[in-house]
Design a protein around this ligand. Structure first.
Ligand code: SAH
Ligand code: SF4
Ligand code: F3S
Length: 438
């Protein structure tokens, strides 16, 4: 039996695509391997969102040259967002000749044909579709966990934030038909799934490309009625489209988890405008205020970019001010990274690297104590945890997530994995909680 190894970079969208690739290879009779040294087929599912992500891929691809020399039968494939870019494909073709198959984010369903073509010709196979293709509805996925699953509800993005490559790698926004989403989730529930995370670059605009009048809140209501599903999450919301109707859903839908990931990117109106985010800091704070009033125990997380072109010390202070006002539970922060082909790449007032790093560190110093204080508030309470796994370095310690998406460690038996249990929180760190099952 041939063995395959998949290395995934980037966001949940890519993780889920890798699950689809795994399903495709399983149905071709391949077997998964977690050790790339023993694999006959290696796939890199790449991310183009920041330069650092691309550099990591190139570094790893370089290492595979040796492996290929030792095992000439090894087949190497590269797919994902980087492969949607012609300039990067050219670099791969010229400098990384050990790569045998290149395919794009829209072409996963064609993998079996591409492998056959490569086996027959022995020549590099390239299949990248730059258009917005019809949504491939019948591609199944090899879910990593049976009790929690990602579900795509839409693909692509129409927002063109000026720093972002995603609209170029994932194409225009298109929503899946509700029936198809609902039937996928019903199937998952029948197979023991308790938690679904709905995926889209901007889930709040779900439904805009459908012929009928059906929006994200309608979808949430329908999913809330599916027996067996206990928790509903979604990623990601864009503040410009977050409706009062969605906020109302947090109050009325018992399965919708008390967590919202709402990327702010910057606290300065000047920078937000230059990023083409289409909201102001005031709009954002108003939404946060409404959400907190509707769901007092909601956890709020965000994405922040430091050092966008033109960001002055005052602009950055406004970002810190938003952090203090919102009091985020946690945040992903990024150093602005130039992406060729985006508008911001051409802006001439790029921020010096040293200043970016210094601001980045100040941002962590502001975020971390607030995250810790929020976590400490949970000490002494009983929280519901979906048990996910055993801890990496201790078999007797389990981990799982609260409804608010916080990671909890606690002693317990492996047989609890996949179950919803109550845990009493006893101590808190900046990024994790510890407790005992009750
Ligand atoms: N669709 C999601 C985000 C997708 S990319 C949304 O709009 O929220 C994930 C995050 O990467 C973004 O929120 C942004 O903070 C960051 N990011 C995107 N492009 C970047 C760039 N060029 N430099 C640094 N960070 C970037
Ligand atoms: Fe990128 Fe903006 Fe689209 Fe998110 S909303 S994927 S940041 S362009
Ligand atoms: Fe995701 Fe990276 Fe592509 S963040 S959409 S894998 S560019």
């Amino acid at each position: 039996m041939k063995k395959y190894f998949i290395q995934t970079y980037g966001c949940q969208m890519n993780e889920h695509d890798s699950e689809k690739i795994a399903w495709t290879l399983d149905s071709m009779g391949y077997e998964i391997s977690y050790n790339r040294e023993e694999a006959d087929f290696i796939i890199f599912n790449t991310c183009a969102v920041r330069k650092s992500a691309e550099e990591r891929v190139f570094g790893q691809l370089g290492e595979l040259k040796d492996l290929k020399r030792r095992n000439p039968n090894l087949v190497l494939a590269v797919c994902g967002c980087m492969m949607q870019r012609e300039d990067i494909r050219d670099v791969v073709l010229k400098k990384y000749r050990q790569v045998d198959i290149i395919f794009g984010t829209n072409n996963i369903n064609k993998l079996p044909q591409l492998i056959t073509r490569y086996n027959e010709t022995g020549k590099t196979v390239i299949d990248v579709d730059e258009d917005n293709r019809e949504i491939e509805e019948n591609l199944d996925a090899n879910r990593t966990y049976s009790y929690k699953s990602y579900v795509n509800i839409m693909y692509g993005c129409n927002n063109f934030c000026t720093y972002c490559i995603v609209p170029y790698t994932r194409g225009r926004e298109r929503s899946r038909e509700p029936e198809s989403i609902i039937s996928e989730i019903k199937d998952l529930a029948l197979n023991g799934c308790k938690e679904v995370t709905l995926l889209g670059q901007n889930v709040n605009s779900y439904g805009k490309t459908l012929e009928r009048n059906y929006n994200f809140s309608d979808l949430l209501k329908d999913i809330n009625n599916i027996d067996g599903i206990e928790r509903i999450r979604f990623m990601t919301s864009h503040p410009k489209d977050l409706s009062d109707e969605l906020i109302e859903c947090y109050k009325t839908l018992d399965k919708l988890c008390n967590h919202v990931h709402l990327p702010i990117q910057s606290g300065s109106n000047k920078i937000l405008k230059s990023m083409n985010r289409k909201y102001t800091r005031e709009d954002y704070l108003l939404i946060i205020d409404k959400i907190k009033k509707a769901v007092p125990d909601i956890a709020i997380t965000t994405d922040i970019i430091v050092g966008f072109p033109g960001e002055t010390e005052d602009d950055f202070e406004e970002t810190l001010d938003i952090v203090r006002k919102v009091r985020y539970d946690s945040a992903f922060s990024f150093l602005y990274s130039i992406r060729e082909g985006t508008k911001a790449a051409k802006m001439d007032d790029q921020v010096d690297d040293k200043i970016k790093h210094e601001r980045f560190n100040r941002l962590q110093d502001t975020l971390n104590p607030i995250g810790l204080e929020n976590n400490e508030k949970l000490i002494g309470t009983n929280v519901e945890v979906l048990v996910e796994d055993v801890s990496k370095n201790n078999e007797l310690v389990l981990n799982g997530r609260t409804r608010s998406s916080k990671l909890v460690h606690f002693p317990g038996d492996k047989r609890l994995i996949g179950k919803l249990i109550k845990v009493r929180i006893e101590s808190a760190k900046t990024f994790t909680l510890e407790g005992t099952a009750v």
